[in-house]
Ligand binder design. Structure first.
Ligand code: ADP
Ligand code: MG
Length: 695
């Protein structure tokens, strides 16, 4: 049997391969670029490109591609072969440093939010040497950043790298003050990915799944997730085979797939990798999503990554486990055993608390999509209100710090910074709350609002940037302090006092929490239309610009792209519903009603005294529903037609939220009611029962 250790990373141009294939001088120079971001000179690039090409050809590759992440949310690639004609009619295989470092794809067909005039169709892709190149399906993939002719970011990688740099810069200022010896700081992420698997033959029979990735109609089956028998349940053989195959494919690409299990809903599952540097985690998560779908098809399955494939059934999210650590391997969110580690931990903890409070709206909107709107606040995922869970112990510590009072949880411990040790935080006390959007889990924060199909980049861009901003403000104060110990102490105390409203250790699903949150002045931005415009609020724009994450025009363009995406997504759903209602549902309801009406006539002819109670009632009911569906179709069609009349994207997205989506809900309600009374064979597409329990 093949051993995992033998094939893990076999398709990756990783450190092992670099060391083996490059001269020592070239290797060292490349390492300086990877580790310290030093520019790469062209002779080094040529040598690296040559080695990459030889390695890739050896592995059967014929093409290379600059792989990038435009604002569409999926990755993009254009394949070029290595061939180059030789004078005698043969070809030789070539790949230069220039081709490795820079590509010039036509950018005009990617969303730019007005950043790129059509006459400047050219865009650039630039090699990101911090994320390894890899081979997939006979092509060498080179992870790249994508920007416009004028240098504006057109992707999700450029701002992510900028945010990591901003965090590094500000965190280093603090570490320097504390006398730490690290030379750089990086954020790391482990994203837990949820998904559904359904049989391909059923998927193929549903226009909504094919066109929108979710069911737009469907009555709830008699059994859902109420028995709580699926979460961590034993994995069915067909799913287990899929998971094994998926692991293998991911491992070949050096992706650290670690954990797999069944999730809450029937046919829902989760995969979690071991955490790694944020930009690599983002690349790996994109690849993981793509490979999940591809491998499913090989097993006659379809992998649904939509946030809410089934109404009334648990949706799918992505938990973004985030921490910051130094190049010396110290986790800055880990409460230490020594007093100086406590101070460091508390400063970074305060930076996160302040960041999450001040930039709640940025965090909320970083995960906003039409799909994720169905989850957040729907009594299964975290609410749309952002809050932080710290756990009782840490909360107790903060309360005593706030009051300058002794901490009672640990005997004899006077919470005086620099002179005492924090109580050891047991993981089980910090990990219990599953309802919190942003939970401290021992030595990391788990941001749980991300949707399953989201790129993790947006969330981490805003999180890194907001924390960098807290650290900047802290460093400005501390660098001027005469008495550092005292100033740190006051800073921590004042930060708790000012930002404790964001801390909530209770049940986030509780109705009363939403009211309480409102009292505390926390924002509750329910939909994409509500939150996305906030990206351009002065407070947010100033901060993002200050740290060099975005320029002003990039910010506006991103808001517009995201809103446009929201409008288009819902519009496609509305059109799909109209089509299904007109060509499948109404005809089915009508024929079933007609069939029953004929039955009444036939039965009465045969047996004049027959009551025909069932048939009569069902004909009555279905005739009514048919009319309601028909009216709902007209109303939805009218709303959909009006959508095209808006010039302003903000007004248009408001219309989607206030008019279009409610019209879709109406249509669905009547249709689902009809589904629940007509015979299963007469329903025109597979029901929830089949989809959810079909594997
Ligand atoms: P859960 O209890 O939520 O299932 P786990 O403890 O299994 O979580 O971890 C979930 C994810 O968190 C994994 O991807 C793991 O690699 C990641 N993780 C663990 N420690 C850290 C850390 N220090 N920084 C970032 N991610 C981490
Ligand atoms: Mg988790």
């Amino acid at each position: 049997m093949e051993k995992v250790t033998d094939y893990f990373g076999c398709m990756v141009f990783d450190d092992r391969v670099m060391k083996a294939m490059l001269s020592e001088k070239i290797y060292k120079s490349l390492k300086r670029t990877i580790d310290k971001g030093q520019p790469l000179d062209s002779s080094v690039a040529d040598a690296v490109a040559d080695a990459m090409k030889d390695w890739a050809i050896e592995k059967g590759a014929t093409h290379y591609t600059h792989w990038f992440q435009p604002m569409t949310g999926v990755t993009a690639e254009k394949h070029d072969s290595f061939i180059s004609p030789a004078p005698d009619g043969r070809v030789i295989m070539e790949f230069s440093g220039k081709e490795l470092m820079k590509g010039e794809p036509d950018a005009s067909s990617f969303p730019s939010g007005g950043l790129r005039a059509t006459f400047e169709a050219r865009g650039y892709t630039a090699w990101d040497p911090t994320s390894y190149a890899f081979i997939k399906d006979g092509t060498l993939y080179i992870p790249t950043a994508f920007c416009s002719y004028g240098g504006e970011a057109l992707d999700k990688k450029v701002p992510l790298l900028r945010s990591m740099e901003a965090l590094n810069k500000q965190a280093m200022r603090i570490l320097k003050l504390l006398g730490c010896e690290a030379s750089c700081v990086r954020s790391s992420v482990g994203p837990e990915q949820e998904y559904f698997l359904i049989p391909k033959e059923l998927y193929d029979q549903r226009e909504d799944l094919i066109l929108t990735g979710r069911t737009l109609f469907g009555a709830l089956p008699p059994k859902g997730q109420e028995m709580e028998d699926h979460y961590f349940g034993s994995i069915k053989p067909r799913v287990a085979e899929y998971m094994a195959d998926l692991d293998r494919e991911l491992w070949k690409l050096g992706i650290l797939a670690k954990t797999k299990h069944n999730e809450v809903a029937p046919s829902q599952h989760e995969l979690a990798p071991i955490y790694t540097t944020t930009n690599v985690a983002a690349d790996h998560n994109q690849l993981t999503m793509e490979i999940m779908k591809k491998v499913a098809l090989k097993h006659g399955l379809v992998c649904l990554l939509h946030e809410k494939p089934f109404k009334g059934v648990n949706g799918s999210g992505k938990h973004n486990n985030w921490s910051i650590s130094t190049d010396k391997g110290e986790n800055l969110l880990s409460p230490g055993k020594e007093p100086h580690e406590n101070i460091r931990f508390l400063i970074f903890l305060m930076a996160v608390i302040k960041a999450v409070d001040e930039y709640q709206d940025l965090l909320r909107l970083s995960v906003a999509t039409a799909g994720n709107d169905h989850r957040l606040g729907a009594n299964e995922a975290p609410p749309a209100v952002v809050s932080i869970f710290l756990g009782d112990e840490l909360n107790g510590v903060l309360e005593s710090l706030e009051k300058d009072a002794p901490y009672e949880g640990t005997k004899d411990l006077i919470m005086k910074l620099g002179a005492s040790v924090l109580p050891e935080l047991r993981k089980d006390t910090t990990d219990r709350n599953r309802t919190s959007p942003f939970a401290f889990t021992g030595n990391k924060f788990e941001f749980r609002m991300l949707g399953s199909s989201n790129s993790i980049s947006c969330a981490n861009i805003h999180l890194n940037a907001a924390v960098a901003e807290s650290l900047r403000e802290f460093a400005d104060i501390l660098e001027k302090a005469d008495d550092l110990d005292r100033t740190v102490h006051e800073l921590i105390r004042d930060t708790i006092r000012k930002h404790k409203r964001i801390i909530f250790n209770g049940n986030g699903y509780d109705e009363s929490w939403i009211a309480e949150a409102e009292k505390r002045g926390l924002s509750n931005l329910r939909t994409t239309a509500d939150c996305m415009p906030k990206l351009c609020d002065k407070k947010n724009a100033d901060m993002l610009i200050r740290h060099g994450i975005f320029t002003e025009s990039e910010i506006i363009s991103r808001r517009d792209i995201m809103l446009d995406n929201y409008v288009k997504t819902v519009n496609i759903e509305a059109l799909t519903m109209l089509d299904m209602a007109r060509t499948q549902i109404l005809p089915a309801v009508s024929s079933f009603a007609a069939e029953k009406a004929e039955a009444v006539v036939t039965k009465k002819q045969a047996v004049p005294s027959a009551k025909c109670g069932y048939e009569t009632k069902i004909v009555e009911k279905l005739s009514e529903l048919e009319d309601s569906i028909d009216e709902a179709v007209s109303a939805l069609a009218a709303a959909e037609a009006k959508l095209g009349t808006f010039d302003d994207i903000i007004a248009q997205s408001g219309f989607v939220k206030d008019v279009l989506i409610p019209a879709m809900d109406d249509l669905r309600r009547y249709s689902d009611e009809a589904e629940s009374v007509i015979s299963k064979e007469s329903w025109p597409f597979p029901t929830y029962e089949k989809l959810l329990f079909g594997v």
